[in-house]
Write a protein that binds this ligand. Structure first.
Ligand code: GTP
Ligand code: MG
Length: 420
């Protein structure tokens, strides 16, 4: 099954907790702190793989979570870091961050990868908190939570040439004639419901990839029919071949059809409308085609028109020759605009305080992270957290909001009673 977009939720692994431990040995009464650091949580990496063709697997399994790092242990043993979690996608997958709308990457080559969520840092063990005036610290950090992100994945086919036209015009028939592809062909509209790709070998050593997409109808740009879904695949091609049934479609003439399709392309994307277009009038083998061809040509005197019979294989060499020539002159399709990098966590100390159901709820990325990394069972660790909060102005802000001893404060998942 061909699936060309999917929304996935990923979470990197949490860092392992740092350990609060003291050296124990016979005859050594007061061993120093020897709690090791926690290991790093696993990153989540999206990687392109040439053997994949669809995003189907990700559609049916949209949740991904990397392993957490192991906790640190006594005797200065560090916790093991977790391996990265790879999510494999087909080449041509565009990754977008749902919350910001930024395009993060366009994985256009086999093996290309993007780190989408960084694993949490391991918490430091209490050995790291030893200082001249703190010989036996009961402080360690919990692991940093792994980053979370929701991504839109969209597969853009990497074809050089796109076939567009109304349903039943003969696009799939043409593809089957010029390549080894065997798409379904039938005498009714919307036979093709997902794109087909074929490789055309032309002349000495040159070849190009052609995409046959479902037929377009009026209003396709706004989502009517199947076509608009697939126009984005055409956006990346270098050349468009416009296939027209010389007998027309939907009780309209070939000329009217030609204009309407071009209008749809323009409404979908002006860039698409500007792509080099090769015009092919199909079904020339049928009786009375001659007269229809004449009529069409009357309207369009300045542009070359290729008269073909996809079924009988007439005029295809000339058509492919024209396509080849256009390909040689066509500019490389513009790369998709990419945001430089995944926005990494930048410690901004900004926070907000809201009074919700009598509780003072503090939110802010940095502050929530500090809270999550605090061993709240340890008095000393809590004191350290409060000292950090004081420094960044949380205390003062709580005062300004009128907090009194005994009131409850909540930060992320932790809650405590306020004391002076
Ligand atoms: N006589 C004649 N019939 C043709 C020719 N090309 C295609 N056909 C017929 O037209 C019908 C539609 O052909 P398809 O290739 O399925 O058309 P399509 O453009 O891919 O149609 P959709 O997938 O529905 O968009 C089939 O019955 C074909 O046999 C041609 O050159 N001559
Ligand atoms: Mg078709």
């Amino acid at each position: 099954m061909f699936v060309d977009h999917s929304k996935i939720f990923v979470k990197a692994g949490d860092g392992g907790d740092g350990c609060i431990c003291f050296h124990r040995e016979k005859f050594v009464p007061l061993g120093g702190p020897d709690g090791g650091d926690g290991g790093k949580g696993g990153d989540v990496i999206v990687k392109a793989r040439a053997t994949l063709r669809t995003l189907f697997d990700l559609k049916i399994r949209p949740h991904y979570e990397a392993e957490s790092g192991n906790n640190g242990q006594g005797n200065n043993r560090y916790g093991r870091s977790a391996p990265p979690l790879f999510i494999y996608v087909p080449v041509g997958t565009v990754i977008q961050d749902v919350s910001s709308g930024h395009v993060l990457a366009d994985l256009a080559e086999d093996g290309q990868e993007l780190l989408v969520a960084r694993g949490g840092r391991g918490g430091r063990g209490n050995a790291k908190f030893k200082s001249a005036n703190r010989q036996a610290p009961r402080i360690a950090e919990r692991g940093e939570p792994g980053a979370e992100i929701t991504l839109n994945l969209e597969l853009k086919l990497l074809a050089d040439v796109g076939l567009v036209g109304y349903p039943n015009a003969g696009k799939s028939t043409l593809l089957s004639r010029i390549s080894k592809a065997r798409p379904k062909i039938a005498d009714y509209p919307f036979t093709t419901i997902t794109p087909n790709l074929g490789v055309v070998s032309f002349g000495a050593g040159s070849s190009f990839v052609v995409a046959d997409i479902p037929g377009l109808i009026d209003g396709a740009h706004s989502g009517i029919g199947l076509g608009d879904e697939f126009l984005r695949h055409i956006e990346r091609t270098k050349v468009v071949v416009h296939i027209i049934d010389v007998f027309g479609f939907d009780n309209k003439s070939a000329w009217e059809n030609y204009q309407s399709i071009n209008k749809e392309l323009k409404l979908y994307s002006p860039k698409l409308a500007k792509k080099p277009q090769v015009i092919a009038l199909n079904k020339s083998d049928l009786p009375e085609a001659e007269e229809k061809i004449k009529q069409f040509k009357k309207h369009l005197k300045k542009k070359p028109i290729y008269v073909i019979s996809a079924m009988a294989g007439v005029g295809l060499k000339e058509l492919m020759g024209a396509v080849q020539k256009e390909l040689e002159n066509a500019p490389e399709p513009e790369p998709i605009v990419m945001t430089e990098k995944v926005q990494e966590f930048t410690p901004t100390h900004s926070f907000t305080i809201k009074l919700i159901d009598g509780e003072f709820v503090i939110s802010g990325k940095h502050i929530e992270k500090i809270a999550a990394m605090t061993w709240k069972e340890e008095e000393e660790a809590l004191v350290r957290m409060h000292n950090i909060f004081k420094k960044i102005g949380v205390d003062k802000a709580l005062h300004d909001k009128g907090i009194k001893p005994g009131d409850m404060v909540r930060i992320g998942k932790i809650e405590f009673e306020y004391t002076e």
